[in-house]
Design a protein around this ligand. Structure first.
Ligand code: CA
Length: 229
């Protein structure tokens, strides 16, 4: 049975989440502040943690950071405040697997939970672990979120992997900026298309031999990008 830890101090939210998760067939435990949440994550054996950012004693960010520092990779989905772009970026940099922005629909959160659980399961399959593709000068494993240049590991953020994976899945075809925004960021909280451009700049620096003269991720003027493979 899938076990989920909810770390949240607002009781109404806790009750709503718990009821819905149990209807999904998840086993649920609750912690009401960051300190208790951290303790439970370190002691327990959860399949996934739903972690609020705004928490008494220790914030969700602090909890996330401590958990990853200890080498524990239990998937974490952050609950962030509306419009706090910084929260999301920081959250993913601190090692969260995904986030949803309050207010969110339970359906959306459950869909995210299932997607993260699927991804983790897939990464555990030996066949997926061995599956690398060559993109530009990198060797990439999308199942395990690993990237190598020759034999040196290249640090790539979660979003960078997601965007690259999306471009790879429709390689040799043009992907519009709007499409990338919709698929990668989704829902109504989309950042601007300039965000996409910024991510492409970062990806090119890692992938291309010469990022000023890209050969792998091409710009399709006025539309978007095309990954050549
Ligand atoms: Ca809270």
């Amino acid at each position: 049975m899938t076990s989920i830890l909810i770390v949240e101090d607002e009781m109404n939210m806790v009750i709503g989440l718990k009821d819905n998760f149990e209807l999904e067939g998840f086993r649920v435990e609750v912690a009401n502040n960051g300190e208790e949440g951290l303790k439970k994550i370190l002691e327990g054996n959860f399949d996934l943690v739903v972690l609020d950012v705004m928490l008494p004693i220790l914030s969700g960010f602090d909890v996330c950071k401590s958990v990853r520092k200890k080498g524990i990779n239990t998937p974490i989905i952050l609950l962030t405040a509306r419009g706090e772009e910084i929260d999301r970026v920081l959250g993913l940099e601190l090692g969260a697997d995904d986030y949803v922005t309050k207010p969110f629909s339970i359906r959306e959160l459950i869909a995210r939970i299932k997607a993260v659980l699927r991804r983790v399961e897939k990464a555990d399959e030996p066949s997926a672990r061995d599956k690398f593709v060559n993109i530009g000068r990198l060797r990439i494993n999308f199942a395990t979120y690993n990237a190598f240049n020759k034999n040196v590991q290249v640090q790539m953020s979660h979003k960078e992997f997601e965007i690259l994976n999306f471009l790879w899945n429709q390689r040799n075809k043009t992907a519009s900026r709007d499409e990338i925004l919709k698929i990668i960021w989704g829902f109504d909280e989309s950042p601007t298309t300039r965000t996409v451009d910024n991510f492409i700049v970062k990806l090119r620096q890692k992938i291309e031999e010469n990022s000023n003269n890209p050969k792998t991720i091409l710009t399709v003027h006025g539309i978007g990008y095309k990954l050549i493979a």
